[in-house]
Design a protein around this ligand. Structure first.
Ligand code: ATP
Ligand code: MG
Length: 209
């Protein structure tokens, strides 16, 4: 072996060692934080922002919980009546599902019907958030009900605060109200970098619904 190959080899071993040391330091820090986090309680999680991935994140967590044998329920504050893949799957797994489904406001122009429908599913949401046998409640697209003032903000806040201490709640939707963000334990904002729709691709089965 030449001197130059030997020195290149020594250099790469040195690099590997340094990398290992850095990774060990990082692991020690993470372990320290894991050990320090001892509290266990129900979380309020908000997934907001303009990018794609809010509802799918909520449903992903429902799937995760159901996989562990936890009891989950879903309330969708959407106006559409179209089928959704998650519903068909989760109902088979005994996940309770409620959908507002009034049809689009700009078709019906009927605000009164929308408010009545929102209040009806809110009643179901409240019942679920009063039931300590329910481990996880997904309130999909709830944020719009507060933006449109279809639901009373104080009532929503009060219900979230008084829910069973071990119950997790996930709220999704754009432009989440500040008060809910302040109350939440975990908040993620999904940012749109680009979306296929902007290039003329229509909503695809299994990906968008
Ligand atoms: P998903 O249900 O796919 O997780 P989302 O919940 O983040 O999406 P919503 O605002 O609820 O997004 O919109 C639902 C529908 O609109 C989905 O079909 C989604 O692909 C589409 N969509 C989401 N973000 C964008 C965007 N930035 N531009 C265009 N369409 C979008
Ligand atoms: Mg959504």
């Amino acid at each position: 072996m030449t001197d130059s190959t030997n020195s290149a080899k020594a250099q790469s071993t040195d690099k590997e060692q340094k990398h290992q040391q850095r990774m060990q330091k990082l692991k020690d820090k993470v372990d320290e934080r894991i050990n320090a986090a001892q509290e266990e309680r129900g979380l309020l999680i908000v997934i907001t922002g303009n990018g794609k991935g809010k509802s799918t994140s909520g449903f992903g967590t429902v799937a995760r919980a159901v996989g562990h044998g936890l009891k989950a329920a879903v309330v969708q504050y959407i106006k559409g009546t179209w089928a959704c893949g998650e519903r068909d799957l989760l109902e088979k797994l005994s996940v309770e599902f409620h959908v507002m489904a009034t049809g689009f406001t700009w078709n019906t122009q009927d605000k009164t019907t929308d408010i009545a429908a929102a209040k009806k599913v809110w009643k179901e949401s409240k019942r679920l958030m009063n039931d300590d046998s329910v481990d996880l409640v997904l309130l999909d697209e709830l944020t719009y009900m507060l933006s449109y003032k279809y639901l009373d903000l104080d009532d929503v806040i009060e219900t979230l605060i008084n829910r069973p201490p071990m119950q997790h709640v996930i709220i999704t939707g754009r432009a989440c109200h500040r008060a809910i963000i302040e109350l939440a334990d975990t908040v993620s904002e999904v940012q749109s970098i680009k979306h296929a729709f902007d290039n003329g691709v229509k909503a695809q089965k299994g990906i968008d619904w």
